[in-house]
Design a protein around this ligand. Structure first.
Ligand SMILES: NC(=O)c1ccc[n+]([C@@H]2O[C@H](COP(=O)([O-])OP(=O)(O)OC[C@H]3O[C@@H](n4cnc5c(N)ncnc54)[C@H](OP(=O)(O)O)[C@@H]3O)[C@@H](O)[C@H]2O)c1
Length: 410
């Protein structure tokens, strides 16, 4: 049976075998060199979902005016669907790929509260849809990687390869945090760090990497048993002194560097707990650093952890809240594996595989992916803002606030 030929923004689409013919952008321009030559492009899928009601309205303006309860009900009824086509991802090696966002439209708390089997079935349906669209690998965005066992069950039931994207997220998060530390004149070797969500897939890897860069790391989350076990197991692999706590405020109060990678659906880091001159790297989505930090702590540098610049002339055909050419590191990992033609399960589960973090970082550089400009609270952070934050931190320290350990006062 003839497959449906999907109309993109131009008049050309997929052939009957799922290959892509000439690809045209919004103005009818051919969007990529390989596409222009009519070559078949390898494809990736990436599963997305709304993080907030504002996201739902951005996806579907007609939802405006409907109550939140009704919106939630409608989302529960909606099956996985093809959101858009992503074109123009072109490596510095010249290789070009394309992809699709696949919507599994539940809110973060619905992923956690609806029956597990039902949620998993929806995500697996999303992977099947990606396969039907001709993708060789699918990335699990947001809470589709958090719910359950970090993608293992999904991968076992997916017709194509699966990755959570967490390896490149970890690499990008560490780069972001270290860039922030440099900007705030923090000497890493003497610094104290706190990882919030430290027993998670991303948090545990970040804690271990930090453990060989700073003098002390506090691991924080809600479950004391898991924290104690992980801290004990990790201590022999790192130079830093490790501690753990379920009291997040306490962990933050003693930290020069804070990294958040929680599955919280509301704020866990509050402005009153942060030390003067601290750097906060927020990997969590939805955000878990209180928006009050933006207005109440101009001596603290907050940076979103996982934003990267995509090589080529990418058009996502979809506004997911980042400026053009920018993506989340988890999306980028799926693109990198597709560029490499590595259609294999990659980042899955809660374990730490630092070799994969190093490998994906190397592959990212090979293909021209790089850390994006600094952003916080959904906006770019300017050089002037960084300089102001640095000055305010210096003033706060000189005014008698105890300087954080490890801060190089020049
Ligand atoms: N920016 C990006 O590119 C990017 C990419 C991938 C993922 N992410 C985000 O990164 C975050 C972590 O992902 P993951 O895969 O590492 O998740 P995960 O493996 O499920 O780990 C979540 C961690 O958060 C802790 N936690 C959950 N709820 C909490 C709360 N209310 N307060 C404090 N700690 C809490 C969990 O431990 P307890 O249950 O014991 O508290 C666990 O340590 C998610 O928000 C995800 O959406 C961002």
């Amino acid at each position: 049976m003839r497959r449906q030929v999907h109309r993109l923004t131009g008049e050309e689409g997929r052939t009957e075998d799922g290959a892509d013919k000439v690809y045209r952008g919004p103005a009818g321009n051919v969007t990529g060199m390989a596409a222009a030559q009519g070559l078949k492009l390898r494809k990736f899928g990436f599963i997305v979902h709304p993080l907030s009601y504002e996201d739902v309205l951005r996806y579907e303006p007609k939802a405006a005016g409907k109550g939140q309860a009704l919106i939630r009900k409608i989302l529960e009824w909606m099956p996985a669907y093809r959101v858009c086509d992503i074109v123009g991802v072109r490596s510095r090696t010249g290789e070009e790929i394309m992809g699709h966002f696949i919507g599994v439209p539940l809110m973060p708390d619905q992923f956690l509260s609806l029956p597990r089997a039902e949620v998993m079935a929806r995500i697996i349906r999303g992977t099947n849809l990606a396969a039907e669209l001709g993708c060789g690998i699918v990335g699990l965005g947001g809470f589709t990687a958090v719910v359950g066992d970090g993608g293992i069950t999904v991968a076992e039931n997916s017709p194509i390869a699966v990755t959570s994207g967490n390896s490149y997220t970890i690499a990008a998060a560490m780069q972001s945090l270290f860039r922030g530390a440099r900007e705030m004149e923090i000497d890493l070797a003497g610094a104290r760090a706190a990882v919030i969500g430290a027993t998670g897939s991303i948090g545990s890897a970040c804690a271990q990497i930090l453990g060989n860069e700073v003098s002390q790391v506090t691991l924080a989350a809600r479950n004391a048993t898991r924290l104690a076990k992980l801290t004990h197991a990790m201590q022999s692999h790192v130079k830093a002194k490790l501690a753990w706590t379920t009291d997040i405020a306490e962990a933050v109060q003693h930290a020069d560097l804070v990294l958040t990678a929680t599955a919280a659906t509301s704020s866990v880091v509050e402005p009153e707990d942060l030390r003067p001159g601290a750097v906060v790297c927020e990997v969590s989505l939805p955000h878990d650093v209180s928006r009050r930090v933006a207005t109440e702590r101009d001596d603290v540098l907050v940076t979103e952890g996982g934003n990267v610049k995509v090589p080529g002339d990418v058009n996502f055909n979809f506004d997911f809240g980042l400026p053009p050419q920018m993506s989340l590191a988890c999306m980028a990992e799926t693109m990198i594996l597709t560029l490499e033609n590595r259609m294999v399960n990659y980042s899955l589960g809660r374990g730490v595989n630092l070799d994969k973090v190093l490998e994906i970082q190397r592959l990212a550089e090979k293909h021209g992916f790089e850390l994006a400009g600094m952003r916080a609270f959904d906006k770019p952070v300017t050089e002037e803002q960084i300089a102001h934050t640095r000055e305010r931190a210096r003033a706060a320290r000189l005014a008698g606030d105890r300087p954080p350990a490890g801060v190089a006062l020049s």
